[in-house]
Design a protein around this ligand. Sequence first.
Ligand code: AMP
Ligand code: MG
Length: 649
Amino acid sequence: MISSPSSKTQSTEQKQFLTILSREEAMARFEEALGSWQVSTQRRSLADALGMVLAEDVAAPVDVPPFDRSNVDGFAVRAADLTTASELHPARLMLNQETIACGTVPQVAVVPGTATPIATGGPLPRGADAVVMIEHSQPAENGAVEMFRPASPGQFISSAGSDMARGEVVLRAGSIIGAREIGMLAACGTAHVTVACKLRVAVVSTGDELVQPGEPLRPAGIYDANGAIISAAVIENGGEASFLGAFADDEEKLEAAMRDALASHDVLIMSGGTSKGAGDISYRIIERLGSPGIIAHGVALKPGKPLCLAVCDGKPVIILPGFPTSAMFTFHDMIVPVLRRLARLPPRVDIQTSAQLPFRIASELGRTEYVMVSLVQGRDGLTAYASGKGSGAITAFTQADGFIRIDALADHLPAGENVQVTLFTPQVRVPDLVVIGSHCTGLDLVVSKIVQKGISVRSLAVGSLGGLAAARRGECDLAPIHLLDAQTGVYNRPFLAEGMELVPGWRRMQGIIFRSGDMRFEGRSAAEAMKAVLADPECMMVNRNQGAGTRILIDQLLGHARPDGYWNQPRSHTAVAAAVEQRRADWGVTIAPMARAAGLGFIPLTEEHYDFVVVAESREREPVHAFLEALSSSSMQDALEQAGFSRAG
Ligand code: AMP
Ligand code: MG
């Protein structure tokens, strides 16, 4: 927390820090402060009602069908006349002097021994209790007809009101009006319905750093993801979203924007600026916008702790956390139920499935925690892989199948635990090919190629050892690994278990990266460069995380030395390249293609073998064939070489 200059603000902040509410308590107080307000209603013609929410039950004003109706082309008869009819001894009936078409009102009764020709949809005449299909009859001389089969009473007749009975509720309030609902309303003669007005939601992003998509990104700028996400999520939940833009952290301008937004909308949803930092001002403005003001600021959620809920003169004002994933979770879990109630929509139905955890998940005690997961089919059901990315990761959302909610009172979930996964989509999407293991940019090239052929691929980066474990459990088809066996000096093969086969992938050169022109590195060998690094206290490194294959190389290079930057230990090749490119570090170790893509200098160290473990059960699967074929194709080998990898073997 950055302390504020005025003591008045300091005391407000203190008050808010003392009152972190549980998810349930925050929801209950918010709902209570909102009271029973809901959007108003309006009458609309059917033509204008598509996509709206019905605000009142609709009862059928008439019976549908309005009369007993024939379902086939044939003859209206009395079933009792046909009890002995057969192919050999047809029943002979005299034809009445009328033919009933659709829209014809029958005039002549069907008396015993007679039949009246009737069309599909024609009203049944008095006396008739069944219809015989024309195919089961034959014209006879002297105005008669012969019937070959007996008929049961009611046969081929829809009786009056059998579809909808007059007074019956045919659509309930809360239904969303689609083509089928419109059809039903039209069928019972309803031309106008009472619908809920759409909830008008103003969406505002805040932050000095925000840049709108489509504009060039300035240094230290961040694209405004929340504006688009929240607007879309509001619309998905039946609301009308007006995105008013991203506002800098300027108290006066922001207050004016918030007042305008509230004047012309039912709800204001903002994002960012809700932590207790110096630039975070929106929550202070809320206190001036109307009573009762802030209801909850700080909810025991992870991610999502800084969520701020307020009600200003009856209207909900919500500040979602700035990180897009945190914003999404809090929006879906806590805001959607409220918006749907205000909009007169029924509660959202979440679809859940159960799955097993492959790894232990640690969790913070005292906060309800959401963890995004990707599902894969194992031998004994679904396995839920937690997304390895942090709370700022937006890609996790598009790659995950759903999330699990860890209770505030649990400090971890053990490996093997059965969990309930709330799905983001109506069904579990089972991918054609599952690849679990170490990630490499070369892998993306092969995956893209088979995705183009219509094969769906799930690729989870859990490291080489995680990949091997998944292969052992039968959760993946392929596990890409790069593991050096220290004893034999052989890559990958010594790690195979029974039922696994190794298919060569490619080689990737690991090396030291630096900015071109840096004379501590330019033109030198690795050993010379290390000497220069250790002699220069100003020289800053970027390391890798413990457990990464690359880290082993770095440790070999450094021996016992711990130069400045050693404790900066990102988890990916990309982060290392970015650190050197952006001058936060002067050197690091990564693979050659990464250095090339970032335009950095490169001193080669050693060539790693990146290969694929193929699980025996998957060997003959079509998508596995497609992958291996794509991998060995000469065009792919060329593309990999082009990207800086070299051929295996
Ligand atoms: P704040 O709560 O404003 O301190 O923001 C927390 C983090 O979320 C910062 O890294 C912000 O850059 C980021 N952030 C805030 N608003 C947005 C947004 N609209 N889109 C993407 N990231 C955002
Ligand atoms: Mg901010």
